[in-house]
Design a binder for this molecule. Structure first.
Ligand code: ATP
Length: 445
């Protein structure tokens, strides 16, 4: 059942605590755009870094690129986006609201005012703009609707400069733009979004094996960012619903509070893209196999497996999975049970009292020591210690460290020990500073 109350709480926490807020908010916002604030940007970077580790840097067959967002419009003509990247649009004859026709319970009736809906027409979702000091059609360029286009444009550069053997892949993180008819559900359906995409080039006969490998990797990544296996569901997309380039697609769906919806996609794009770009550009995009199997071809267009992950939808799924409310020490509290690897702040260091210079000095030393293992170590000496812990709980900080007089040696047997407090349970332990450093290092690795 949809839990819209949970959604409201997440949106409110995200805004209140500097994670995510509506874009250009003081002007009333701009539909389909959101900004990441100080904690949001750290969370986003961690989600992306983990993806880079698992999908690119931890492998020998992957290369990175960072392609331009603006591209020659022929890229999108050849890929089929100019003619086919559209959603069905209908308009209410009474209130004039524009709606996506394939998302309506009743295709005849406006869900807002009950008015009659007009004819359905296809609406192209690419944002158009003009390059240079002219606004005529010949200068039309598009903001890329997926990062994949930039990867296809770099396939030849990677082959020519790195000479990789098949199978190999190219990974890219970047912005994509879609003029969605109805942006909604916070950062779920945006007009400006961030994608993490891999195009993995294989011999045509190997596509099924690679498809399975990436499918497994996507599950591993889901678990690494803290999404419970039970909240992820694979949907085999039927041919009638697949994108024009795909022979097989699995949608990874997630149980969002507003229903089960697409989180990520895994597609077998065949040789559609490279063949289309070869034909349109006149430049050969064939791969030369130096060591072809007996009877096999030495020159051919590789086929492509594409795991495509939206950063924003991942972050929303992470927040939904991590949001908790419980009672601790007789008080209600809200906390984010984020995986330490992706938590924006790894630990908070605090002197028990802020007006005792010797405590502050020691606490600063401990903080500096921790910062050598990770830069995101917070400092808080405001208000009572319980309140400091609660503030960190709400942003998902897994550890809090308190320096007191025993740390300084008031009780000699406790000298150089600190209190380590755990976010999820509120449990506290007395450990040496080096034990704490080791614990945190291990948790965030
Ligand atoms: P939907 O069916 O929900 O419109 P899609 O099938 O068009 O999504 P893809 O083209 O497969 O999406 O894009 C790859 C990934 O990019 C998606 O799985 C999702 O994570 C992300 N994504 C796509 N559109 C949006 C959007 N408007 N806002 C946020 N993320 C998006």
């Amino acid at each position: 059942m949809a839990d819209l109350n949970l959604m409201e709480k997440i949106v409110s926490l995200a805004k209140r605590r500097g994670f995510i807020s509506p874009g250009s908010e003081i002007y009333g916002g701009l539909a389909g755009t959101f900004d990441y604030g100080p904690y949001g940007v750290l969370l986003k970077e961690n989600v992306e870094r983990l993806w880079l580790q698992m999908f690119r840097d931890g492998r020998d067959d992957m290369y990175g690129v960072d392609a331009a967002i603006l591209m020659n419009p022929k890229v999108w003509e050849a890929s089929g986006h100019v003619s086919g990247f559209s959603d069905p649009l209908t308009e209410c004859e009474k209130c004039k609201k524009r709606l996506r026709a394939d998302q309506l319970d009743d295709p005849e009736k406006c869900p807002e005012c009950g008015g009659k809906l007009g004819n359905v027409r296809q609406f192209n979702m690419m944002f158009k703009t003009h390059a240079g000091a002219t606004e005529d059609e010949s200068a039309t360029v598009y903001l890329r609707p997926e990062t994949a286009g930039g990867i296809f444009m770099n396939y030849k550069n990677v082959i020519d400069s790195i000479h990789p053997k098949l199978p190999f892949g190219i990974a890219q993180i970047g912005k994509a733009f879609r003029n969605e008819i109805a942006p909604r559900d916070f950062i779920f359906r945006l007009r400006e979004l961030q994608q993490m995409e891999v195009e993995y080039f294989v011999k045509p006969s190997d596509w099924e094996q690679s498809f399975e490998e990436w499918r497994k990797m996507m599950h591993l990544y889901a678990s690494a960012v803290g999404l419970p296996e039970t909240s992820i569901h694979e949907l085999e997309v039927p041919e009638s619903d697949r994108a024009h380039y795909s022979k097989r697609t699995i949608d990874f769906e997630f149980d969002y509070p507003f229903g089960r919806k697409e989180l990520w996609g895994l597609a077998y794009r065949t040789d559609f893209d490279l063949s289309a770009h070869e034909k349109s550009s006149g430049v050969s995009l064939a791969y030369q196999d130096e060591d072809p199997p007996a009877g096999g071809k030495s020159k051919f267009i590789p086929h492509i497996i594409e795991p495509s992950l939206g950063v924003d939808r991942t972050i929303l799924a992470v927040l939904v999975s991590a949001y908790r409310e419980d009672e601790l020490g007789g008080e209600m509290r809200t906390f984010l049970a984020l995986a330490p690897k992706i938590a924006p702040i790894k630990a908070m260091v605090s002197p028990l009292l802020k007006n005792k210079p010797e405590l502050v000095k020691k606490a600063r030393e401990v903080r500096e020591e921790l910062r050598r293992i990770h830069p995101s170590i917070a400092w808080d000496d405001n208000g009572n210690i319980g309140k400091r812990y609660r503030r960190q709980d709400e942003i998902g900080t897994p550890f809090c460290i308190t320096i007191d007089f025993d740390t300084l040696g008031e009780n000699p047997s406790l000298k150089d020990t600190v209190t380590l407090r755990h976010r999820d349970t509120g449990d506290q332990e007395r450990l040496t500073i080096s034990e704490v450093v080791a614990r945190i290092r291990e948790a965030i690795q």
